[in-house]
Design a protein around this ligand. Structure first.
Ligand code: XIL
Length: 348
């Protein structure tokens, strides 16, 4: 090869490397547009906010993931980045960077942010578990004051207390319950309200979607909070479902909470399937998603959030081996029957 040929080859290699670098910095390819009207447009016409849990690490590196969130959803919930262990890994040392990055993107996409979550027994740092009653109360006061204060301008809804009831209908024996007694719930709401009087404050629960021992106790707890003038605005129902379907009394259940004068929201909907999922499973899943949307609309819920929107980044396969395929889009961000079902249920 002559010197010209060598230079041309080198130039070619350089160009390819440059294009690869640009591709990587941009976070890969653009998202393929999804068919039909975006969910956020359809939901808006129904007076509903529609959201998804999002992962900051994926949003940072994956352009198509980011674009899909911005295009389809009007609210976002940081899946892990606002939890106690994430924002206060050591007592008094607050780390807001990853959550702030999500907030900045949401602001750009004109999305509301659901803050998740202030007081929860899980994803709680080890140091907090070891505190005695007085110290734990002091830590909880400081945690809520600092976290709610930090996000005051951007987070309009908080899951103040997450999962305080046990499946059999008792108060869950969390470290908060054991050290502070049931009063920790009311205290958490009062502190959150003090830190941001404009935020809508929710109690969020898992497995309380139908009428059962857990939701009965939840009902008693929130009715008592209301009666006592505790600043609680709403109840979030997670609705982590599977191919067996929803409880038949989901609507009746949510209605009784709404009748207390509380907002109701579906906060973490997904439908896990046994893997590999057949075409029939996916159709059945679509029906369940349809029922989730219909149920939410029937009770005039304030918002409906899916716990992730792509099978590639869903907590189900990560935490329940053998299960997965739980969301609206497959792992290549292509629409599944469930996506079309949600569009249709929203009038699309
Ligand atoms: C889950 C996340 O999706 C996982 O990534 C994490 O490892 C554990 O927590 N109820 C809740 C959510 O309120 O915060 C949980 O999220 C799922 C169950």
């Amino acid at each position: 090869m002559g010197s010209f040929g060598r230079r041309a080859a080198l130039g070619g290699v350089f160009l390819v490397a440059l294009l690869c670098a640009i591709y990587l910095v941009r976070g890969g390819a653009d998202a393929k547009p999804l068919p039909g009207q975006p969910l956020r447009v359809l939901a808006k016409a129904k007076g509903l906010e529609i959201g998804t849990a999002i992962r900051g690490d994926e949003a940072r590196k994956n352009r198509a993931y980011r674009q899909t969130i911005a295009a389809q959803f009007s609210t976002v919930t940081p899946e892990n980045e606002m939890k106690w262990e994430a924002v206060e890994p050591e007592r008094g040392r607050f780390e807001f960077g990853p959550a702030d990055a999500i907030v900045d993107r949401a602001r750009e996409a004109k999305q509301k942010i659901r803050g998740h979550t202030l007081v929860w027994h899980f994803q709680l740092p080890g140091w907090a578990r070891e505190l005695g009653p007085r110290d734990l109360e002091a830590a909880m006061r400081e945690h809520i004051r600092r976290v709610v204060g930090h996000f005051k301008d951007d987070v309009s809804v908080w899951d103040v207390v997450n999962e305080p009831i046990s499946d059999r209908g008792g108060l869950r024996p969390s470290v908060f319950m054991r050290r502070l007694g049931e009063g920790f719930i009311a205290l958490a709401f009062r502190l959150a309200h003090e830190a941001d009087p404009d935020a809508r404050l929710y109690l969020n629960e898992i497995g309380a979607d139908g009428i059962n021992a857990k939701s009965n106790r939840l009902y008693e707890v929130v009715a008592a909070l209301k009666r006592d003038g505790v600043p609680i605005d709403g109840v979030g129902f997670q609705v982590h479902s599977n191919g067996d379907g929803l409880p038949g009394d989901l609507v009746a259940n949510l209605q009784r909470f709404a009748a207390l004068g509380l907002d109701v929201a579906i906060t973490e909907a997904d439908v896990g399937l046994k893997l590999p999922a057949s075409a029939q499973d996916l159709e059945r899943q679509a029906q369940i998603y349809d029922q989730i949307v219909q149920g939410c609309l029937t009770v005039q819920c304030k918002s409906l959030t899916f716990w992730g929107f792509t099978d590639s980044r869903s907590w189900i396969p990560e935490t329940q081996p053998g299960m997965g395929a739980a969301t609206l889009l497959d792992d290549k961000l292509a629409p599944k029957p469930a996506f079309r079902a949600v569009q249709r249920a929203l009038g699309g």
